[in-house]
Design a protein around this ligand. Structure first.
Ligand code: DP6
Length: 314
C-alpha cells in the first residue's frame, strides 16, 4: 500500500493574475505577486486501493474525478486504471466555504510528484501545476512570491512578520462566473484590459520594491488599486459582469474611514465578493471591532507563512 500526503497554503495576490496569453501552457499576460497564508490550506492524500479506478473525495464528499485525472496524466507512471483514492480537505479554521483551487492544485502536484516517483524539479512542477490553475504556482513557495509572464516563479524579499490578513466572508456560495471564464471574457472584450496589463507590469515592479523596503502603506495602496482596476475591467467586458456586492463596497468604506483615523488597512478582492484585508498585526483587533460593529461577523485572521507546499510526514 502506498500513501502520500501533501499540504499547500492558500495565497492571496497583491498584484492580480487576470488573463492568459497562452491558454494551453497557462502563461499570464502580466506578472502577479502574492503572500502565502498560514491559517488556510489544502491537505491532499493519494493512496493506492485494490479496486481499479480513481476516487476523488473533496471535504468528505465524492466528486467527479475527471478534472483530477486529466491533471494527473502529466505525471509519468499515472494510470487511471490503477486503483487510487485522492482525499482533499480544505482546512479553514472558522467560516466554511473558502475553497481554493490554488492550494488544491499545489497540494495535488506535490503529493503526485512523490507518489508517482517522478521527482520533477521545481521548474517542471511549476509548468505542470499552472495547467491545473495559474494561481496555484504561487502556493508552491511560501512568503512573497512573484509569478512571471514566462511562467516561472520567484521568491521575493519581504518582512512578513509585521503583517496579517483578515478575510471578510460576504458570500460563501460558488461564484457564477469562474475566474477562468471571467478572465477569458475580459481579455476578449474589455477595452480596459490593455490598461490593466500595462499597469500591472508597473505595479509588480513597484510592489517588489515596496516589499523589499517594507514600505507599508505603499504595499497596501498598490494592492488595493490593482484589485479595483482588475474589477473595473470586468465591468467593461461584453457582456459586463462583476464579482463585487454591496457589502464589498461597505467593507471598502470601513477601511477608508479607518485610514482617515490612521489605522492603515487595505483591501483586495478576487473572483468573488469576499474582502481580504492586509494590515499590520498590531491593528488586527481594532479592524475586527470596526467590522463587527458594521455587522460583518464572519471574519478570519491569518498570519503570513514562509512555508510553501510540502509533504507531510505520515
Ligand atoms: C482573481 O488561478 O483561479 O484570484 O488559471 O484559470 O485556474 P485559472 O485561474 P485562477 O485565477 C485566479 C485569479 C484571481 C487573481 C489571483 O489570484 O492572482
Amino acid at each position: 500500500m502506498k500513501k502520500v500526503t501533501a499540504v499547500a497554503p492558500v495565497n492571496i495576490a497583491l498584484v492580480k493574475y487576470w488573463g492568459k496569453r497562452d491558454e494551453i501552457a497557462v502563461l499570464p499576460y502580466n506578472p502577479s505577486i502574492s503572500l502565502t497564508l498560514d491559517a488556510l490550506y489544502t491537505e491532499t492524500t493519494l493512496e493506492s486501493k485494490s479496486t481499479p479506478g480513481v476516487d476523488f473525495i473533496l471535504n468528505t464528499q465524492h466528486e467527479n474525478p475527471q478534472k483530477v485525472i486529466d491533471f494527473l496524466r502529466r505525471f509519468e507512471g499515472f494510470n487511471p486504471e490503477d486503483g487510487l483514492t485522492i482525499r482533499s480537505f480544505n482546512k479553514v479554521p472558522t467560516a466554511a466555504g473558502f475553497a481554493s483551487s490554488a492550494s488544491g492544485f499545489a497540494a495535488l502536484s506535490v503529493a503526485a510528484n512523490t507518489y508517482f516517483q517522478t521527482n520533477y524539479e521545481l521548474s517542471n512542477l511549476v509548468e505542470i501545476t499552472r495547467q491545473g490553475s495559474g494561481s496555484a504556482v504561487r502556493s508552491l513557495l511560501g512568503g512573497a512570491v512573484m509569478w512571471r509572464t514566462n511562467g516561472s516563479i520567484e521568491p521575493l524579499n519581504a518582512t512578513l512578520d509585521d503583517y496579517a490578513f483578515i478575510i471578510v466572508m460576504i458570500d460563501e456560495n460558488k461564484k457564477q462566473i469562474s475566474s477562468r471564464e471571467g478572465m477569458k471574457r475580459t481579455v476578449k472584450t474589455s477595452s480596459l484590459y490593455e490598461n490593466f496589463v500595462s499597469q500591472s507590469h508597473k505595479d509588480a515592479e513597484d510592489m517588489k520594491e515596496a516589499l523589499n523596503y517594507n514600505r507599508f502603506p505603499l504595499i497596501g495602496t498598490i494592492m488595493e488599486k490593482n484589485a479595483l482596476l482588475m474589477h473595473a475591467t470586468t465591468m467593461n467586458a461584453e457582456p459586463p459582469f462583476t464579482y463585487l456586492k454591496q457589502e464589498t463596497f461597505e467593507v471598502l468604506d470601513i477601511l477608508t474611514t479607518l485610514r482617515q483615523n490612521n489605522i492603515l488597512a487595505y483591501a483586495t478582492i478576487d473572483a468573488g465578493p469576499n474582502v481580504k484585508i492586509l494590515l499590520e498585526k498590531k491593528n488586527v483587533n481594532t479592524v475586527i471591532e470596526a467590522l463587527n460593529r458594521a455587522g460583518f461577523n464572519q471574519v478570519l485572521t491569518s498570519k503570513i507563512t514562509t512555508i510553501g507546499a510540502h509533504l507531510k510526514d505520515e
